[in-house]
Design a binder for this molecule. Structure first.
Ligand SMILES: C[S@@+](CC[C@H](N)C(=O)[O-])C[C@H]1O[C@@H](n2cnc3c(N)ncnc32)[C@H](O)[C@@H]1O
Length: 262
């Protein structure tokens, strides 16, 4: 779901494509800085790390992991995982974002490329592919192109782990969407069902949703310990997951029988 105005525009009101949205020279530093200065982002990242670890234990325990982080940006996700995997590759189109990643990462092969235009990794296989904070803001065609590029790189028994950082069934996200509409300003929002359709069209299925970020109330600072407790409750009672703002979604290839039913 998308509103009328776009946040990032070129002179002449031509909207900047998502492919180009993080290419400005200062973007990498600014993005990294958000994770230090914004309390809610820091909290979300705490939860994401916790749940990425849980995911590894639940789905890939004891396995040798070969990781591709698509749209890796400053290397946030791959940087957290690189010491737990046998090999890691990060791919992004933005030199500015990758410059920050180069300064942070130790074991990861970083590639500046657009796999949707030229798939330099064809022939390689990864049993874990991550893509965080990408699908929500990418244009519909870019979402499809990205999945068409990365699904062939996924090992048959591998997992694609992505997130939707503005889940519309979260009451706070829903309220933000209404508020934005009133002000006629931009914002992308996505239902989990939309994400499900997207991955199913690419031959995948969702096997787990990890809830992240339940109580984000603008201008109300709640101690992090309360937020952690609340997120823990939603994690335990899965039927409450719809309340969260930024779910992590674990996908795998659909079995041959399921694909036949498409
Ligand atoms: C919001 S950042 C997320 C970075 C990182 N995944 C994270 O969660 O911190 C989105 C990234 O997608 C990248 N991107 C956009 N289009 C891309 C494409 N076609 N191929 C690879 N990366 C792309 C941008 O350059 C940007 O670094």
């Amino acid at each position: 779901m998308k509103n009328r105005k776009t946040k990032t525009e070129l002179p002449g009101n031509k909207p900047l494509s998502y492919r180009d949205s993080h290419k400005a020279a200062e973007k990498g530093r600014a993005y990294q800085e958000c994770y230090q200065s914004e309390r809610w982002r820091r909290f979300l990242w705490d939860r994401e790390r916790l749940l990425l670890s849980r995911f590894l234990d639940e789905f890939l325990s004891g396995q040798e992991i070969h990781l591709l982080d698509f749209a890796c940006g400053t290397g946030r996700v791959v940087g957290y995982l690189e010491t737990r995997v046998a090999s890691s590759v990060g791919v992004d189109v933005s030199r500015s974002m990758l410059d920050v990643a180069r300064g942070e990462l130790k074991h990861t092969e970083l590639i500046e490329a657009d796999l949707t235009q030229e798939n330099l990794l064809l022939g390689r296989r990864f049993n874990l592919i991550t893509a965080f904070r990408f699908f929500l803001n990418a244009e519909p065609e870019l979402r499809l192109a990205a999945l068409r590029a990365i699904v062939p790189l996924l090992a048959d028994d591998g997992y694609l782990v992505i997130n939707n950082h503005r889940n519309l069934t979260s009451p706070m996200v829903f309220a933000t969407m209404l508020y934005n509409r009133l002000r006629r300003c931009q914002g992308n929002f996505m239902f989990l069902s939309h994400m499900r359709n997207l991955v199913e069209d690419a031959g995948l299925e969702i096997v787990r949703v990890y809830p992240v970020g339940v109580l984000s109330i603008p201008r109300l600072t709640v101690p992090d310990s309360w937020n952690h407790r609340l997120d823990d409750v939603v994690l335990r009672y899965r039927f409450l997951s719809f309340l969260c703002e930024s779910p992590i979604v674990v996908c795998r290839r659909r079995s041959a029988g399921d694909r036949g039913r498409m």
